[in-house]
Ligand binder design. Structure first.
Ligand SMILES: N[C@@H](CCC(=O)N[C@@H](CS)C(=O)NCC(=O)O)C(=O)O
Length: 219
């Protein structure tokens, strides 16, 4: 029985889809609240009180506030261990932390250079174009390296929330029309088929089907 109100704040096409799928996998009832994106970051003043960093995802559970996909996975895994969001085995837990750190700390910031170039080189279109060109080839290299690291069907030995997190970037690879190497492409297809991810994607689509929330690429 779930008494506490759970809300996920998310944006279209954002990395919050990983936390949304994790909530679905944990079979928790939650409100999915769309947040607008601007060049300065996510949300309005009310949202900024939840996350002064102006980023999604944010998960509220009653009065508690959780930010960052990795922290949200951890919280949900503690709440619903039977969902298997994170591994039980100690070595695998360390591998999960490694992946969360790498995807959040290296892969995500590379895409951010493409989605928010003005933050790094200002508004001059030549500077933005130069940054985009260099970054696209850097992103392609990261994708090729990720592909080489995938040895089985899932990122870890067993399916986990890390697969939802990797999906964020294989999805973005599609949005920027990067070449998705074979194993990553197969992984993306596998994750899309998972019922939890399918439900999360449907909720995202439904939330943005009705104005006034303007869709925006966000990283
Ligand atoms: N490492 C964080 C990244 C959060 C993040 O950068 N979210 C993006 C959306 S994908 C965002 O809200 N960007 C707005 C901004 O940084 O201004 C996580 O995985 O939760």
């Amino acid at each position: 029985m779930q008494n506490t109100k759970i809300t996920l704040y998310f944006s279209k096409d954002s990395c919050a889809i990983a936390s949304m799928a994790a909530l679905e996998e944990a079979e928790l009832r939650f409100d999915a609240t769309p947040v607008g994106m601007s060049p300065d970051g996510a949300g309005d003043d009310a949202f900024r009180r939840l996350n002064p960093r102006r980023q999604v995802p944010v998960l509220t559970v009653g009065e508690r506030i959780f930010r960052e996909n990795g922290a949200i996975f951890r919280y949900l895994n503690d709440l619903r261990p039977q969902a298997g969001l994170l591994p039980i085995d100690s070595d695998e837990q360390i591998r999960a932390s490694e992946w969360i750190g790498y995807l959040g700390g290296t892969v995500h910031p590379a895409f951010r250079l493409l989605f928010r170039p003005q933050r790094f080189v200002g508004f001059a279109s030549e500077a933005q174009q130069a940054l985009r060109t260099e970054t696209r080839s850097h992103v392609q290299k990261l994708l090729d390296e990720l592909d080489a690291e995938l040895t089985g069907d899932w990122v870890l030995r067993q399916r986990s929330a890390i697969d939802f997190y990797l999906f964020v970037f294989t999805r973005w690879a599609g949005l920027i029309k990067a070449l998705l190497p074979n194993r990553l492409a197969a992984h993306r297809a596998r994750v899309v088929e998972l019922p939890a991810m399918a439900r999360a994607l449907a909720r995202e689509e439904e939330a943005y089907a009705t104005p006034p929330i303007a869709p925006s690429l966000s990283s």
